[in-house]
Design a binder for this molecule. Structure first.
Ligand code: ZN
Length: 285
């Protein structure tokens, strides 16, 4: 299933992407949760009915494009955990024993049809293309072998970062916390839609030019390891998001030097089987 949150005239709720539009789950399945996190956490008969409704679609419950607007599939995560430097580059450096972990605030989250607003106070705004894990079942002290049972699905997160603010000190969280610096979506894709979690292509394009490409086979810390590791420290709750880090930009892009985001840019991040998150960059208000 490709689960979304949406607004349509007179309606706000949880849905699933189906041919032609968005299946309004509360209409298709009486008693269905009104949020993606609720759907991910649903079990038993409700979960079964939701799945059946998305496989055998009743067209009268489909809100057609373009009359439906997508919100972030998890508009206010309880926590957003981020992993730094998690893709192997082309150096021979040894893998670290533990990842760099930081957080982004939930207030930075925007949806797949929202803009990235350049801050007045930052000059060097950049993007990062990340596979995001959405927790579906509470996880505390889970083993790596059981960690994926706690994952509700996967989506795309753009870890927008003000590089000039990143240089202010040793902690880089604030540089990644400006409003709109966490575009998320468009859908939370359930694990059954992902044939191989270790073989996903992660790509970014700016104004149509591919600037970054990597594969999850190069993750230093794979998803199950990260979930298990974080759960040794914290209680991961349904709806918590884990951004797994970005691949490096392509060599020719690095060679020509930084090119910070400008008003009018369109940043697209595509992860195979997961989807494309497209954000337009706008000037400060
Ligand atoms: Zn990042």
């Amino acid at each position: 299933m490709r689960l979304v949150e949406f607004t349509a005239p007179g309606r706000r709720g949880a849905g699933a992407i189906v041919p032609g539009g968005v299946l309004d789950l509360a209409r298709a399945v009486p008693g269905a949760p009104e949020s993606v996190v609720g759907v991910l956490a649903a079990e038993g008969a409700v979960r079964h009915a939701i799945r059946r409704a998305t496989e055998d679609v009743d067209p009268t419950h489909v809100l057609p494009w373009p009359g439906v607007r997508l919100l972030a599939p998890v508009p206010r995560p309880g926590a957003i955990w981020c992993i730094g430097y998690n893709y192997r580059g082309h150096t021979t450096q040894d893998d670290p024993a533990f990842p760099d972990v930081f957080t982004k605030p939930a207030a930075a989250v925007v949806g797949p049809q929202d803009a990235i607003i350049l801050p007045v106070a930052a000059a060097e705004v950049d993007y990062e293309a990340e596979l995001a894990v959405v927790i579906g079942r509470r996880a505390h002290r889970v083993a790596e072998s059981e960690a994926l049972d706690h994952v509700g699905g996967y989506t795309v997160l753009n870890d927008v970062s003000a590089r000039d603010w990143q240089r202010h000190g040793s902690q880089w969280g604030l540089a990644k916390s400006f409003p709109t610096f966490a575009p998320l979506g468009p859908a939370v894709v359930t694990p059954d839609e992902i044939p191989d979690l270790a073989d996903l292509t992660v790509e970014a394009r700016v104004d149509g030019e591919t600037t970054l490409r990597g594969s999850t086979r190069d993750l230093v810390f794979p998803v199950a390891w990260i979930v298990a590791y974080l759960s040794r420290a914290v209680v991961l709750e349904p709806g918590d998001v884990i951004a797994t880090g970005t691949p490096q930009k392509l060599p020719h892009v690095l060679d020509r030097g930084p090119r910070w985001l400008r008003p009018g840019d369109v940043v697209e991040i595509t992860i195979s089987h997961v989807g494309t998150l497209r954000s337009t960059v706008v000037a400060p208000e």
